[in-house]
Design a protein around this ligand. Structure first.
Ligand SMILES: [Zn+2]
Length: 432
C-alpha cells in the first residue's frame, strides 16, 4: 500500500506546465471573443439574485459575495443537524442513499468546522449500524442489500465521527467477506452482488479496506491493471475500459491507484493535460467531460485530482513542481463556487438556476477546500478568497474527509489484526 500523504515535505521548483493561467480579471474582459471551449450560455456568470448584474459586467470579483462569510451565506448554521435527524418527506428519492446523506452532511460540517453534538454522533452511529448488512458491507438503508457506494459513505461518515462507538460499528471480518464477494477475476469489482462493474467500485473498495486495515495479499490482485486499462486516449479515465473520460471516474481510478501505490503507472502527463483542460476559462469551474457545462460538484472530482497528480509527479522525480500552488487556477475556482454555486437560503448547487442539494453542498465545499489549501502539514500554503471566514478546513484528497480523521482512523484500525482470508477461499471456489 502506498504512502497516503498527498504531498511530500519537499517538492521542488516552480511548475512548467501549460495550464492557461490568464488571471480571472482578464478572463472577464475577453471571454466573449475568445470563449470557444465550452457550450455555456451567455448568462451563466449571472448571480441568480442579481440578474441585472453579472460577474462579467463588473470585470472583477464581486465584493458583496466574497466579503460575506461562507457560513453566513450558506445559512445552514442555525439548523445544521436538521437533516441528520429529520429526513422523511423531502428525501424519499434518496431512500437507498441514506449513508450518503450522513457522509455529505458530516463532511460539509467538518469542512465548516462546526461541531456535532455527542447525542447526534451516537444517533448516527446507531443508524449506520442498522444499515450494515448481516453479510458484510453497508446498504443504502436498513434492510436493503449491501452495496459498495453506501459502504464507502458509511465508513467515511463513521471515520469523521471518529469515536470508539463509531469505529466499533464496522464489522471488519464481514466487510472483508463482502469485498471478496464483489471482487471479479479480472481485478475489478461489481458495485453489489449481481451488479455492474465500474471504476467507482475499485475506489470504494480500496478506500474502505485501507482505512479499516483489512487489505489482504489477494484482495486487490489485478485491480491496478484493470484501473489502468480505463485510461483512454483523452488522458482521463472512463468508467470501464473504452469509455469516455469522465471526472468522477478519473478521480476514483486515480485515488484507488494512489491507495494501491501504483499511480506512477498512469500516463501522468496525459492525465494532467486532460484535467487542466476541464477548468473553463470563463466560469473558473470544472466541466466533467469534454464539451459539457461546468458543474459545481466537479470542483472536487476534477480539482481533487491535482493534489494526487502533484504528489505522483513529485515521486516520479519532477523537479519543476510548484511549492505553493496546485496546477489549476485556484482563485478562479473559488470565485465560481462562492459567486455562482450558493443558494442565498443555504446550501450549494451545480450552477445558477439549479436546486441546492446535499451532494453538491458536500462536493462544492470539498473543491473549495482543495482550492484554498496547498500541500500538507509539512508544507502548507493557503489562498483564501474573500474574508478569512470563508476559510474551510483542509480535506484529504484521497478519502475526502479531513486529514486528521484519516490519520486517527488508520492509527485505530492498524492496531487491530488483518482478518483471516476466509473470503479468499470462497472467491476461489466461485471462480472454479
Ligand atoms: Zn454536479
Amino acid at each position: 500500500m502506498g504512502d497516503l500523504e498527498p504531498i511530500p515535505a519537499v517538492i521542488g521548483r516552480k511548475a512548467g506546465y501549460t495550464l492557461d493561467r490568464s488571471p480571472v480579471r482578464h478572463r472577464a474582459d475577453t471571454h466573449m471573443s475568445t470563449f470557444t471551449d465550452t457550450l455555456t450560455p451567455r448568462g451563466y456568470g449571472r448571480k441568480p439574485e442579481n440578474p441585472e448584474e453579472t460577474y462579467t459586467d463588473t470585470g472583477k470579483t464581486c465584493k458583496f459575495h466574497t466579503e460575506r462569510t461562507l457560513v453566513e451565506y450558506l445559512g445552514i448554521k442555525p439548523r445544521p443537524f436538521f437533516h441528520l435527524t429529520c429526513c422523511v418527506v423531502c428525501c424519499q428519492c434518496l431512500d437507498a442513499s441514506r449513508p450518503w446523506l450522513c457522509y455529505w452532511i458530516l463532511h460539509s460540517l467538518e469542512l465548516l468546522e462546526e461541531a456535532v453534538p455527542a447525542a447526534v454522533v451516537s444517533d448516527v452511529c446507531q443508524f449506520l449500524a442498522r444499515c450494515q448488512s448481516p453479510t458484510g458491507g453497508f446498504a443504502g438503508g436498513p434492510g436493503q442489500h449491501a452495496h459498495l457506494a453506501p459502504t464507502y459513505a458509511a465508513v467515511n461518515a463513521l471515520c469523521i465521527l471518529g469515536t470508539e462507538e463509531a469505529y466499533n460499528v464496522i464489522n471488519r471480518e464481514k466487510l472483508l467477506d463482502f469485498l471478496y464477494s464483489v471482487k471479479q477475476p479480472d481485478g475489478s469489482f461489481v458495485m453489489h452482488v449481481g451488479g455492474e462493474v465500474d471504476v467507482r467500485s475499485a475506489y470504494c473498495a480500496a478506500s474502505v479496506a485501507s482505512l479499516t486495515n483489512i487489505i489482504t495479499p489477494t484482495l486487490f490482485e489485478g485491480t491496478h491493471n484493470w484501473i489502468l486499462s480505463c485510461q483512454n486516449w483523452e488522458g482521463g479515465l472512463g468508467g470501464m475500459p473504452g469509455l469516455e473520460a469522465h471526472g468522477g471516474y478519473t478521480f476514483c481510478g486515480t485515488a484507488a491507484l494512489v491507495i494501491l501505490g501504483k499511480e506512477h503507472m498512469l500516463d501522468l502527463k496525459a492525465l494532467l493535460r486532460w484535467v487542466t483542460s476541464r477548468q473553463m476559462r470563463f466560469e473558473g469551474g470544472f466541466q466533467g467531460r469534454c464539451n459539457k457545462l461546468v458543474d459545481g460538484c466537479y470542483s472536487f472530482w476534477q480539482a481533487g485530482l491535482l493534489p494526487l497528480l502533484h504528489r505522483a509527479l513529485f515521486k516520479d522525480g519532477d523537479v519543476t513542481l510548484s511549492l505553493s500552488s496546485w496546477m489549476f487556477e485556484q482563485q478562479a475556482l473559488q470565485e465560481y463556487i462562492l459567486l455562482c454555486c450558493q443558494n442565498p437560503a443555504g446550501g450549494l448547487l451545480d450552477k445558477p438556476g439549479k436546486s441546492r442539494d446535499f451532494y453538491h453542498t458536500c462536493y462544492c465545499l470539498s473543491g473549495l477546500s482543495v482550492a484554498q489549501h496547498f500541500g500538507n502539514q509539512d508544507l502548507h500554503h493557503e489562498l483564501v478568497l474573500g474574508k478569512e471566514e470563508n476559510r474551510l478546513a483542509p480535506t484529504h484528497p484521497v478519502y475526502n474527509i479531513c486529514p486528521e480523521k484519516v490519520a486517527q482512523a488508520i492509527q485505530h484500525f492498524h492496531q487491530l489484526p488483518i482478518p483471516a482470508q476466509k473470503g479468499a477461499t470462497a472467491c476461489a471456489e466461485d471462480q472454479s
